[in-house]
Design a protein around this ligand. Structure first.
Ligand SMILES: O=P(O)(O)OC[C@H]1O[C@](O)(CO)[C@@H](O)[C@@H]1O
Length: 382
């Protein structure tokens, strides 16, 4: 199966470089009063990706050696001919370089995507979602499970990068694969000693729903311990960092009713160790999870179940390749060190584990069903 690259005009990967990134760079330039040299560096990066060759990080970058290790011979070649997964990840590292995120100075540590992430937490939609938790609390357990799992799943649609070029958010449509019964049976079989690792994706609404799900797992005994993995630095626009977890927690605790109670429980769970927050440089690596480093593999191996959120984690799990969509999910994920569940809305070309009737139905819609974000899946490998 071929690795996905970005050099075919009008392909999805190509459109990310040609259409999404110019808008993204402009948004970053507008969001902060960056000095002229930062504007120039951002413009130069965009130019380099569209018509230049991939430059190395400066030799004094703190992670220069790490990126030498992660390189697979792509420096010096065209961005569009390198694997999409590798090049897109490196683009986000180069964005941080352009704004001086790691360099001593006034812009050090300032999240270039912060304004959009924070604005999302103040929207009426988030307010309504928090209030709706009062109703969920009154439902029978199976319905609570369905509601909160689906909120975490569809929360992935709220990715800020994706929304740069996606049509305005329409109604959520169907699940193209749904192994949720298996997800719960794995946890129930291990109860009361289940440990869940949750590899988070986006901040804001998605992280809010993830945290509410985590609270539900802990309060119902479906999990005794949860390890949440977040990014060590801003990445893929709205990916969650430790600072985002705190911001979302504060938002939940400041809401009325059921939400506030969940927020306070989450806060306590973090302090007493029922929830552990972790990060690792590999979460921002341009490689698939087949390259999980030994320390991360060891840290994750006690997991009863690892829940991977989002499109990028899905690409990294199964490999960013032109798989036939009927390829079994279980075959491609057999290597992963723990039982694994993917919760993902479809926002890139990769899709596996679908049945022929589902594919026929999706093709009959005559839409770009792989990339519109209107479809979602829950896939599990025990
Ligand atoms: O936040 P997610 O769900 O990982 O999605 C990231 C998105 O960005 C992309 O990398 C495209 O830019 C897609 O893979 C995906 O649509």
């Amino acid at each position: 199966m071929e690795t996905i690259v970005s050099d075919r005009p009008e392909s999805f990967a190509w459109s990310v470089w040609a259409k999404r990134h110019p808008i993204l760079i402009k948004q970053i330039q507008d969001a902060f009063p960056y000095p002229a040299e930062v504007h120039r560096a951002l413009d130069a990066l965009l130019e380099e990706t569209l018509s230049g060759v991939i430059q190395r990080l400066p030799a004094d970058a703190h992670d220069f050696a790490l990126w030498e290790d992660w390189d697979r011979g792509w420096y010096g070649g065209s961005w569009l001919s390198a694997p999409f997964l590798w090049a897109e990840s490196y683009f986000y590292r180069r964005l941080l370089e352009a704004v001086g995120y790691f360099r001593p100075g006034p812009w050090q540590g300032i999240d270039l995507f912060g304004p959009a992430k924070h604005a999302e937490l103040r929207t009426p939609t988030v307010e309504a979602e928090l209030t709706a938790l009062d109703d969920v609390a009154g439902l029978p357990l199976t319905e609570q499970r369905r509601a909160l799992l689906e909120a975490a799943l569809w929360g992935n649609r709220a990715d800020l990068g994706f929304r740069i070029t996606a049509a305005a958010e329409g109604p959520s449509t169907d699940l193209v694969a749904d192994d949720s019964a298996q997800l719960w049976s794995i946890l129930d079989a291990a109860s009361p000693n289940a440990t869940v690792h949750l590899v988070a994706d986006n901040a804001g609404r998605e992280l809010l729903a993830d945290l509410i799900l985590v609270d539900h797992l802990l309060t119902t005994g479906a999990a005794t311990r949860v390890v949440m993995h977040v990014k060590p630095q801003p990445y893929y626009v709205s990916d969650a960092t430790g600072a985002d977890v705190i911001a979302v927690l504060r938002r939940i605790t400041s809401a009325p009713g059921t939400a506030a109670k969940a927020g306070h429980r989450l806060w306590t769970a973090l302090t007493d160790g029922a929830i552990t927050l972790r990060t690792h440089p590999f979460w921002c690596a341009p490689l698939t999870f087949r390259h999980l480093p030994p320390d991360l593999t060891e840290a994750m191996s006690p997991a009863t179940l690892t829940i991977l959120k989002g499109d990028l984690n899905y690409r990294r799990l199964i490999g960013d390749r032109t798989w036939p969509p009927t390829t079994p999910f279980t075959d491609l994920t057999a290597y992963f060190p723990t039982p694994v569940a993917a919760l993902r809305t479809l926002k890139s070309d990769v899709a596996v584990g679908l049945t022929p009737p589902t594919i026929t139905q999706l093709d009959a819609t005559a839409t770009a069903w792989r990339t519109t974000g209107e479809h979602a899946l829950i896939q599990v490998r025990a």
